[in-house]
Ligand binder design. Structure first.
Ligand code: DC
Length: 227
């Protein structure tokens, strides 16, 4: 029996998933689960261990040693705890995006993180964003949304986000190339690739403002949840 409500928001990098997921979570009083941060935490651990994300054997050897916890502070903000230390501030860099995308292709990594994500959804009502939430992690989610936008639009948004965080080095061309490469890798991996669930509602935000996207998503959630 499913006692908690779950909302899955999947899509490629920079489609606005986290902004929309946070908005829905706040409105409904649910927890927002950023599953990308969980993959990034493994990526960060691999980096700390001096292992290349391309070294499948090295990553597979380490994955059983890692202790990852997802915690929420008093404001409901997600924190990633790696072997007892809060590493949340280290995760949102272009380097960790690349690490996360590479290590997320390994079946052993996905298997460990599948339990972490399902345990969270079993303990509370969630809005979870990622790549395979509606297809693999929570195939019975009450609402599934596939959020997408043209890669140029996503790169523009991602660059702005990086610049707002003080990044003065990244360029549009570089961010666009990174996004396209990451999408390709996430879409073509053998296990749990990025794809739209058959029963997801597709929302293309290329020509929409944040407010317009939010209104669309609110309407889909209200219709699906009957509230
Ligand atoms: O959402 P994000 O950009 O923080 O995700 C970083 C990488 O992690 C992404 O390129 C692929 C991987 N990821 C995944 O494979 N499955 C998820 N549910 C979430 C992220």
């Amino acid at each position: 029996m499913q006692s908690h409500v779950s909302i899955a928001i999947d899509g490629p990098a920079g489609a606005g998933k986290s902004t929309m997921a946070k908005m829905v979570a706040d409105a409904l009083g649910f927890s927002y689960v950023d599953t990308g941060a969980i993959y990034r935490t493994i990526g960060y651990f691999i980096k700390l261990c001096g292992i290349s994300p391309k070294d499948a054997d090295g990553v597979n050897r380490l994955i059983d040693e890692v202790n990852i916890r997802v915690e929420y502070d008093a404001d409901g903000v997600q924190h990633m705890i790696l072997n007892g230390q809060d590493v949340t501030g280290e995760l949102r860099t272009p380097e960790m995006s690349d690490y996360a995308s590479k290590i997320s292709a390994y079946p052993a990594v996905r298997a460990v993180l599948l339990d972490v994500q399902r345990d969270l959804a079993a303990s509370r009502s969630v809005v979870m964003d990622g790549r395979d939430i509606g297809t693999v992690v929570l195939p019975k989610a009450n609402v599934k949304i596939f959020l997408t936008a043209a890669s140029e639009v996503r790169a523009k948004r991602r660059l702005l986000e990086l610049q707002q965080r003080g990044d003065k080095k990244s360029t549009f061309a570089q961010v666009l190339a990174d996004i396209e490469q990451r999408d390709e890798r996430d879409r073509t991996r053998a296990v749990a690739p990025l794809k739209c669930a058959a029963d997801a509602v597709v929302v293309d935000t290329s020509a929409l403002t944040i407010e317009e996207s939010a209104a669309k998503i609110r309407a889909i959630v209200a219709e699906r949840l009957g509230k």
